[in-house]
Write a new protein. Structure first.
Length: 435
């Protein structure tokens, strides 16, 4: 039975690039084959429960702006209504996946045993809805940043009782993710960081975080959870300085604590920007280390300097991200999660649908452009040309020699290398042919 929340809005379908229907896809055509694979299987879209259903429209200056039939979010009855509407939206959009935090799907009681009971109850309800609709869980996670108990961190909290609460919480969320057949489990360290070194033992906190993640991996193996464990880098917000700053920092951390073969990265567009990187940089860094896992697709406002979590709408940016994803072999267990929320003035149920329709279309355009560039090989050939010197046996041999030998060679040959154009503008023009 329909909740009536999306009254008048029917299943969104592909109508082609000429369509002027705002509730139709112009580029996202799930069955269209791109580089030998259906678009739906490439992109693996997921809706984020927190932004679409749990966030009430507040900002630092004002509270709730949305009015939803599942508010206040403090009862199981309302949690079930929220789930009903969520699954209706997944079906209207035709998205294959969704993602959740414990705090998004069940009411917060403040007590672990009650939270566990309601988590189990609501995930049973969601499992039934998955079976009825075919929509699947891309990943689950624990919200260990909103409640005041987490204000000084979860696994990095100076209070061992909070570390314990965090361990129990993550265990409960991995169990629930496994029950829902989730393909990944994500850890984003929202308050794993610090405000001031005046009160923080940074080394001890990092050691606790490393130990905590090892416990997560051990537990995954113990229960036979088949999904991938992912960590999500972000440089700041809510903590002033977060330990999972960016992809490179996370990779160094994972290596230090012996987790490089076990944990991959969930990269977010807006977090890359906050870290002073481009999104494709983050993807390329993770891919180069074999640690690319999944993406949280969104965008930031370039003027505000905040994590504004807007829906993506920049094709060239998105195309470059998918270019590096495709180049790395595409998603395995990962996917494209819309970690994006409406603007707080976008009150209507239709806004929620339109936001996702636009975002899915932008991603489809990005994917198609990325695939076309890869198939055309223009960028690959330019790269191959630029590094051609390294294919010479002499150049390769140099990597096995040492500074003295190389320096003798330079003197003997009286080498004086002539610089060559990096052709950035030529390559930018090339890219613009595809987007
Ligand atoms: C917040 C994060 C969060 C994670 C999941 O900035 O992006 O939404 O994806 O906890
Ligand atoms: Ni984010
Ligand atoms: Ni995210």
């Amino acid at each position: 039975m329909s909740t009536g929340f999306f009254d008048g809005i029917t299943q969104v379908t592909f109508e082609g690039a000429d369509s002027t229907n705002p509730m139709a896809f112009r580029h996202y055509n799930p069955d269209e084959v791109v580089m030998g694979k259906r678009m739906e299987d490439h992109l693996r879209f997921a809706v984020a429960w927190w932004h679409s259903f749990a966030w009430e429209g507040g900002d630092p200056f004002g509270g709730q702006t949305f009015e939803r039939p599942w508010y206040p979010q403090d009862s199981m009855e309302n949690a079930r209504t929220k789930a009903d509407v969520a699954f209706e939206m997944f079906q209207i959009l035709g998205v294959p996946f969704y993602c959740w935090h414990d705090a998004d799907i069940r009411p917060e009681t403040g007590n672990f045993a009650d939270n566990l009971a309601t988590l189990n109850e609501i995930t049973d309800y969601m499992a039934d809805k998955q079976a009825a609709t075919g929509v699947k869980c891309l990943w689950g996670t624990a919200n260990m940043f909103s409640h005041r108990r987490w204000m000084a961190g979860a696994a990095t909290n100076p209070d061992p009782d909070v570390f314990a609460f965090a361990a129990a919480t993550v265990k409960s969320c991995i169990d629930a993710t496994q029950k829902l057949g989730g393909e990944n489990y994500v850890l984003w360290g929202g308050r794993e960081g610090y405000e001031t070194l005046l009160n923080t033992d940074l080394k001890q906190e990092l050691d606790h975080l490393g130990r905590f993640l090892n416990m997560v991996v051990d537990y995954k193996h113990k229960i036979g959870f088949k999904g991938t464990i992912l960590v999500e880098p972000k440089p700041q917000e809510p903590s002033k300085h977060q330990y999972d700053y960016d992809a490179a920092t996370c990779i160094g951390f994972l290596r230090k604590y012996g987790l490089e073969g076990e944990v991959k990265l969930n990269l977010e567009q807006g977090h890359a920007i906050l870290a002073g990187h481009s999104f494709e940089h983050e993807v390329a860094v993770a891919a180069a280390e074999g640690m690319f896992g999944s993406i949280d697709m969104n965008r930031n406002d370039y003027q505000s300097g905040w994590d504004t979590d807007q829906f993506p709408n920049n094709v060239p940016e998105v195309a470059l991200a998918y270019y590096h994803i495709l180049r790395a072999g595409g998603f395995e267990t990962g996917g494209t999660n819309f970690d994006a929320r409406l603007r707080r003035q976008s009150l209507d149920p239709g806004d929620l649908i339109a936001a996702h329709v636009g975002a899915m279309d932008i991603c489809a355009r990005g994917l198609k452009a990325a695939a076309a560039m890869l198939e055309d090989r223009g960028l690959e050939d330019a790269l191959s040309e630029r590094y051609a010197g390294w294919r010479e046996p002499q150049a390769q041999a140099m990597l096995d020699s040492d500074l003295e030998e190389i320096s003798r060679r330079v003197l003997d040959a009286n080498t004086n290398p002539e610089p060559r154009s990096g052709k950035q503008e030529v390559l930018e023009n090339y890219l613009n042919r595809f987007v």
